[in-house]
Design a protein around this ligand. Sequence first.
Ligand code: ZN
Length: 234
Amino acid sequence: MSYCVNCGVELGAGVGKCPLCSTPVLNPRAPIDRDAPPFFPTRHEEVEPVSRRMAGLLLSAMFASVTVCCGVLNLIFYRELWWSFFPGGAAVMFWVWFAVPLLFRKINAWYRLTLDTLAIGVYVLLIALAVHGLDWYLHLAVPILLCAVCVCPTVIWVVKYRRLSILSSAILVLLSAGFLAVAVELICDLYLHDAWLPGWSLIVLISCVGLCIPLIVIRRVPSLREEARRRFHI
Ligand SMILES: [Zn+2]
């Protein structure tokens, strides 16, 4: 058995040069045999990419096993409380989020979004029912969820279909996050205090606006925009 002096790869008997780095092989004990079968396979093959369907099935099996295991444990421990319902519900919600797009590839983006939102809504509703919290569900969870559902897809749609630059997209995302924080605090305040008492959300909004200002300046000044493009490839 001999090895290439340059790259160290194992050499077949009678080869004239290294199959990897083409360094000539000079071995008086093993003369070159041009008719010897190739030591390494000559055909290049690629590992097949993981099928999306298989990945979806694997994820489904993982989430199903979590749900079943929690259910069985619940029957053994703390039987007076149906605690397995919470991890089980979360597993179903994650299954809708991650496994459904892999299993049903041609599903429309808007249907997916509706399905994802419904999964969150139903899961939170079931928790609210379990803890007798229908009031906070209707006046707190549903409005916050609706706000997020209105803002996030709009931002994604504008960025994707208007083909915004990275700078413009960052400005839009930051401003949307700021105003979403204000809306969330407004909903919480109206539910808890029946009045708007702005606090943490204004700090978030001001921080987002503060971050946007230099981005807007860079976007407006051609020399700065070119410098940013060169330095950060944007
Ligand atoms: Zn070599």
